[in-house]
Design a protein around this ligand. Structure first.
Ligand code: 5AD
Ligand code: SF4
Length: 439
């Protein structure tokens, strides 16, 4: 039996596509290998969001080349955003690659593997969603559901519109049927995925749909206890979406709302289509409807032309909002993006690093402070399995998407009450309330 190995880089959309790849390969009769050197088919699902992502991936690719030198029958495949961004150039620069394909083109990999072709091939035209392909879920009780592909925004730093193309939404009924099917297989939590997830449906024909309608329909499905989504755009964060978090029991008390920068001037140059006030107004609306909602964010420092005063505005927003967590990034110029041309205004690397340190300090301090509100409370935790640090303990997540390490008896997939005893910026610690088991 032939064996495959997949390495996944990048976002949740790639994790989703990798699960489809694995499911599809198993249906073609392949088995998963534990290590790359044991595989006949070595696959990479790549990301191109920042330069570091590219560099990291290329070193893995050279490792695969070394393995192929030892056994030339091995097939090397490269999928995802990096592959899309370099297209056929991949075969010129990395002639040992056998097959390359763009994001979501998992079915093309099957076509290649089942054809008699021995020549390298690339597939870079988006043709459809992978939702109908068999999946192999990393966690039995959780599933990714891709609701749209591509992005119509023009954020000046972002490579995604060029790698993932124009936005396309999947039909509403198809998604509801897919989630119903997942629920019947035992899935309890779904994460709806899209590059601009909350702009879902506006261009569907004959009947346009709203993202909040989809949240209502998914919430109504028996067996689905938690619904998450990522990533929304603040400009499309309408009141009906925010209210869904308050009104629908399964929609989690967590919103990931990418800020990117706190200065309206920088936001404008990023082409984010909202300013600082609009962002703060969205946060206020969330807190009004869903007071306990966790809010997390993404922030870029050192965008071209960012002054000290602009950066201080980002710090101010961080202080004012008090995010429950944030992913922070140093600006990295990407090919074929507008901001990559602002060369004259690039912020020196030392300045970027210094701002990053100040940002991380503020983010972590505020997250730690925010997390204290959970101490002393008993929260429902969806058990994921043993704790990563201490296998005698368990690990799970609250509706706020906070990781909890705890002592208890819960099995993976169960939702158990956990008394929270302490909190850091990153995670909570507690013990399962065993009283619930006596009753
Ligand atoms: N440089 C730095 N960070 C970036 N991101 C996207 N593009 C870039 C870039 N060129 C960040 C944004 C986005 C997250 C996924 O990655 O914050 O929300
Ligand atoms: Fe990376 Fe963006 Fe592509 Fe996801 S969509 S894999 S984050 S470049």
């Amino acid at each position: 039996m032939k064996r495959f190995h997949v390495t996944t880089f990048g976002c949740q959309m790639n994790e989703h596509d990798s699960e489809r790849m694995k499911g599809m390969l198993e249906s073609l009769g392949y088995a998963e290998a534990d290590a790359r050197e044991e595989a006949d088919l070595i696959l990479f699902n790549t990301c191109s969001i920042r330069e570091k992502a590219d560099e990291r991936f290329v070193s893995h690719l050279y490792e695969a080349r070394a393995l192929k030198r030892r056994d030339p029958e091995r097939v090397i495949g490269v999928g995802g955003c990096w592959a899309q961004s370099v297209k056929d150039q991949v075969f010129r620069d990395y002639p040992f690659v056998d097959v390359a394909f763009g994001p979501g083109q998992v079915h093309k990999l099957a076509e290649f593997l089942t054809s008699d072709s021995l020549t390298a091939q690339g597939f870079f035209e988006f043709e459809g969603f992978t939702g109908h392909l068999p999946g192999k879920r990393a966690r039995d009780v959780h599933a990714w559901v891709q609701i749209s592909a591509g992005c119509n925004m023009k954020c000046s730093y972002c490579i995604v519109p060029s790698t993932r193309g124009r936005e396309v939404s999947r039909p509403f009924e198809e998604l509801v049927a897919e989630v119903r099917q997942l629920a019947s297989e035992g899935v309890r939590e779904v994460t709806l995925l899209g590059q601009n997830v909350n702009s879902y449906g506006t261009r569907l024909r004959p009947q346009p749909r709203k993202f909040s309608e989809l949240l209502h329909a998914v919430d109504a499905i028996d067996g689905i206890e938690r619904v998450r989504y990522t990533s929304p755009h603040p400009a499309h964060m309408t009141e009906d979406v925010i209210r869904a978090h308050a009104e629908l029991p399964s929609v989690c008390q967590h919103i990931h709302l990418p800020l990117q920068a706190g200065s309206s001037r920088v936001l404008k140059r990023m082409r984010r289509t909202y300013g600082r006030d609009r962002f703060l107004d969205r946060v206020a609306l969330i807190r009004e409807h869903v007071p306990d909602c966790a809010i997390t964010t993404d922030i870029i420092v050192g965008f071209p032309g960012e002054t000290e005063a602009d950066f201080v505005e980002t710090l101010e927003v961080v202080e004012e909002v008090g995010f429950d967590g944030a992913f922070t990034f140093i600006y990295s110029p990407r090919r074929d993006t507008e901001a990559a041309e602002f060369v004259d205004e690039f912020v020196p690397h030392e300045v970027q690093v210094e701002r990053m340190e100040r940002l991380v300090e503020a983010v972590q301090r505020r997250a730690r402070e925010r997390a204290q509100r959970f101490v002393g409370r008993t929260l429902d935790v969806l058990v994921e399995g043993p704790s990563r640090y201490d296998p005698t303990r368990l690990r799970g997540r609250t509706t706020h998407n906070k990781v909890v390490n705890f002592d208890g008896l819960g099995a993976a997939g169960e939702i158990v009450p956990v008394e929270i005893l302490s909190a850091t910026s990153q995670s909570l610690s507690g013990t399962e309330s065993l009283l619930s088991r006596v009753a």
